[in-house]
Design a protein around this ligand. Structure first.
Ligand code: TRP
Length: 339
């Protein structure tokens, strides 16, 4: 039996952070190492350009940063196809055909895109390419006939949109495309707060800990981390819920028994924030030090990184080209077939 196909990816708009790590990267490495899947991981530079057209250098630089992040957490180019979206022009052609199967009204109902439009403050100036990116995402997913798409919860509307396009295409032209399933993180790992306690760790909020942060930076960030604002003196009882230090310990500290003791102690009073933060620094260092070391090695070897991306893109392009051929054939626009 052939293996199930996984496709996922990230927009390269900066370095990846702990939210990406717990919410998706760790899981990707586990899926890769299970050996059960054909894996494609895409650096979605074209999607990133939909709202960064005037600042392409940021995206170009981030392609390298994201590649470094991928390889340093353990994505292995021998097992996973890592590729760059813009190097697969077939995706744009698929997008053009899919756009005809989607209405503007439907696109207007995408809650994630709506949120982003508000957040980014486009006003009346929404770039058309940005507005339709869910359709290009459907092209990304279907070009590889992905069965499974592991993504964050904010990407649910994109998967739903993709499934609708697949059904519409297959109904209209015949069964060519595969309807994918989303795969979403559960628990605290899928929703890591920023160091300021805000619901989401994000670059734009300036509250992220990056995989590439050095030890000193991580230490400073943890020391400034949001805890219980009413826990003023050490002997005061403290609140564990919505206490960012505990949320991070939940996600990273392996000694769960000790963690429960710490929570009870904190609630009773007598356990200081600084002590907890010191523990969190050690716990994070254990996880981040090897990643940082691998990143450093890889940084010295840009040629290797380009080679990984070139090969990955070449492989990915073959797969996408095959699907595009089937799509055109089904649509009846392979005019010169057999001539
Ligand atoms: N939209 C995703 C993000 O914001 C990136 C992405 C582009 C993607 N194409 C994809 C994810 C296809 C999964 C599948 O990070």
């Amino acid at each position: 039996m052939s293996k199930k196909i996984i496709l996922t990816g990230d927009r390269p708009t900066g370095k990846l952070h702990l939210g990406h790590y717990t919410g998706s990267l760790k899981n990707r490495v586990a899926l890769q190492n299970s050996g059960l899947y054909d894996m494609f991981v895409m650096i979605a530079d074209q999607q990133a350009l939909t709202d960064n057209a005037k600042d392409p250098q940021k995206i170009i630089d981030s392609v390298m940063e994201v590649t470094l992040d991928y390889l340093s957490v353990g994505l292995d180019p021998e097992k996973t196809n890592i590729f760059i979206q813009s190097q697969i022009p077939e995706l744009s052609e698929l997008t053009a055909y899919y756009l005809n199967l989607v209405t503007v009204a439907r696109l207007n109902r995408n809650p994630t895109v709506k949120d982003e439009i508000k957040q980014k403050g486009f006003g009346e100036g929404i770039p058309a390419g940005f507005f339709v990116y869910p359709v290009s995402q459907a092209a990304d997913i279907t070009a590889f006939k992905a069965d499974l798409v592991p993504v964050g919860n904010d990407q649910k509307p994109m998967i739903e949109q993709t499934r609708e396009i697949v059904r519409s295409f297959n109904n209209t032209y015949g069964e060519v495309l595969v309807e994918p399933e989303g795969m979403y993180p559960e628990g605290v790992e899928g929703r890591m707060p920023g160091i300021d306690g805000k619901a989401k760790m994000s670059k734009s909020l300036g509250n992220a800990i990056y995989l590439s942060d050095d030890a000193e930076t991580v230490k400073k960030k943890v020391m400034s981390m949001y805890t219980d604002p009413n826990h003023i003196r050490v002997e005061d009882p403290g609140c564990v819920e919505n206490n960012t230090v505990f949320t991070y310990l939940d996600a990273f500290y392996k000694d769960k028994e000790h963690l429960e003791e710490l929570k009870a102690h904190y609630r009773r009073g007598g356990l200081g924030d600084v002590k907890l933060k010191r523990l969190l620094i050690d716990v994070l260092e254990e996880e981040l030090a090897p990643i940082r070391a691998r990143r450093k090695e890889l940084e010295e070897n840009k040629e290797y990184l380009y080679e990984v991306l070139r090969k990955g893109s070449e492989n990915a392009r073959k797969v996408a080209a095959q699907t595009l051929k089937e799509v055109r054939d089904a649509m009846g626009i392979e005019y010169f077939k057999g001539l």
